[in-house]
Design a protein around this ligand. Structure first.
Ligand code: F6P
Length: 505
């Protein structure tokens, strides 16, 4: 049976608004309970310096996107309660209604001890699976203790889901590589649940995946899903290649695996953003004022501003970007004093040695570049290493001449889509790594190879010359594509795979 060969960009979803999604939910979810599961929670309670408890929205791409969807769908979101005041913000069962002030669904927090979190999140998820699935040349670490913690935390989440679901009909929507074993565990505990799972990172080539000592167990866990979604057809094809070798399983068609009565559909559902919400917030007067504040604070007036905005992670090509900036300043003296490179992003996973080494390498590169090329007025490299408020993110998008997404490999990359959504002013250009799901989907985007430092520097230099009408027309077409394929369409297409309930309720 041939596997998927088409790599054409996906068709647009008919669902474009929250209201249209709600109509689809009525049809497909009906009276079933909708339960999402992710590691990160959408709202975090933390204790301020004055002792007061504050709640803030998490700003990661996944949580922002899923929060928009959950507000439309309703139901329960099960996630790790990671805030230092999370227990105070929830009831005795770890539950609270969110978003704060405008509640639309229930957040069910799951409590993890330090050792559990270390083994499951810092260990197996982020030192084994993360480097295994990304082609970023960081060696995965496989330790028995990490695997044991991953398995027991997956079981803990399965218990939490089954407590929420009971014996009801439900749709359980699982997120990401933290939960490779969860689908089969949920299926065993909740026989009336339909399991949908979205794997937000790349799926590696079969030979690479096979180096994982627990590759078979992970595949069996994921085959507990009714639907497994990935960003691109290529990732779907790789999963099908690997999973068709599991005992009892075979291909039923080019997207479905079957084992007796059991079937698992594996296909692409490219994730997206809440286009209208981003567009509106980026064109507000408040955002204009924030742009002016940032320009003044970092001395950006009259500069060619290159923006890199990502969680500090080696897969994002953050060091490669600094190397390209250094190369640009070295080769094009006219750019000295004219270029401002802003790298803004939140640190994450800093308990992991590879991430600490990355921070040190970035600091050294920044000091070296600024040491060589600073002028009396400003440094060419400015790093903002902290969690940014959504309004700051919007302002950064608005003031950039070029937004560079330099991922060495990335399942999708929502920064690219957010940037497009934020630029309704006709300005700004996107320079996008060819190794992202976004480059597969946004065929008209200007793409490049982040591993090729000299070419990367030359592309930035070429872009430092004034943009043309053609560039802004291209931006408009890319924006239109993201508008037509937004977050509601993403979840809509996933829900369309669910058969309506027989009684229609
Ligand atoms: O890119 C994959 C992903 O899991 C996203 O879905 C998510 O936003 C991010 O990585 C998670 O990062 P962290 O480990 O900081 O939660």
């Amino acid at each position: 049976m041939p596997l998927i060969t088409s790599t054409s960009a996906p068709e647009s979803s008919p669902v474009r608004t929250r209201e249209e999604l709600q109509d689809l939910v009525r049809e497909r979810v009906g009276g079933r309970l909708f339960v999402s599961v992710s590691n990160r929670e959408p709202f975090v309670h933390s204790r301020g310096a004055d002792g007061s408890v504050q709640v803030r929205a998490a700003v990661g791409g996944l949580t922002l996107a899923l929060n928009s969807a959950m507000r439309a769908v309703g139901g329960v979101w099960v996630a790790h309660g990671s805030g230092d005041a999370d227990r105070e913000g929830a009831d005795e069962r770890g539950r609270l209604r969110v978003p704060p002030g405008d509640p639309a669904y229930v957040l069910q927090r799951v409590w993890l001890g330090r050792a559990e979190h270390d083994g499951y999140y810092n260990g197996f998820a982020n030192q084994a699976l993360w480097p295994l699935c990304h082609t970023a040349y960081t060696k995965p670490v496989f330790r028995n203790a990490h695997w044991d913690a991953y398995r027991s935390v997956n079981a803990k989440f399965a218990d939490a889901v089954s407590e929420v679901v009971g014996d009801r009909e439900a749709i359980v929507f699982i997120q990401d590589y933290h939960f490779g074993l969860l689908p089969a565990m949920v299926r065993a505990r909740c026989p009336r649940a339909i399991c949908l799972h979205f794997w937000h990172i790349p799926w590696p080539l079969a030979d690479i995946f096979s180096i994982c000592p627990w590759a078979g167990e992970l595949l069996d866990g994921l085959l507990g899903n009714d639907v497994l979604g990935v960003h691109t057809p290529q990732y779907a094809q790789r999963f099908l290649e690997a999973a068709r070798t599991r005992p009892g399983w075979k291909l039923a068609d080019d997207r479905t695996l079957e084992n007796g009565e059991r079937r698992t559909l594996v296909r692409e559902f490219p994730i997206s953003v809440d286009f209208d919400a981003i567009s509106a917030s980026a064109s507000s007067a408040e955002c204009d004022a924030a742009v002016e504040r940032l320009r003044e604070r970092y001395g950006l007036a009259g500069k060619f501003v290159v923006l890199g905005l990502d969680r500090i992670d080696y897969t994002k090509g953050v060091l490669e970007r600094l190397e390209a900036i250094e190369c640009l300043l070295e080769r094009h003296p006219a750019m000295r004093g004219r270029l401002a490179y802003l790298h803004a992003g939140a640190p994450s996973r800093t308990d992991i040695p590879t991430y600490r080494a990355l921070h040190n390498a970035m600091d050294r590169a920044e000091a070296r570049i600024n040491g060589k090329y600073a002028t009396a007025e400003a440094n060419p490299v400015v790093t903002i290493k902290r969690h940014l408020h959504v309004s700051e993110v919007m302002a950064l998008y608005r003031l950039a001449d070029v937004c560079v997404v330099s991922s060495l490999e990335d399942g999708m990359n929502l920064v690219a889509k957010e940037f497009l959504a934020a630029r309704d002013d006709g300005g700004g250009r996107l320079l996008l790594s060819e190794f992202t799901g976004a480059a597969w989907e946004l065929r008209e985007a200007e793409t490049f190879n982040p591993f090729a430092t000299d070419e990367f520097a030359d592309r930035l230099f070429a872009m430092s010359r004034a943009g043309t009408a053609l560039d802004s027309e291209r931006m408009q077409r890319l924006r239109a594509q993201v508008r037509a394929n937004n977050i509601y369409g993403w979840i809509g297409k996933i829900l369309e795979t669910v058969p309506p309930r027989r009684d229609g309720n």
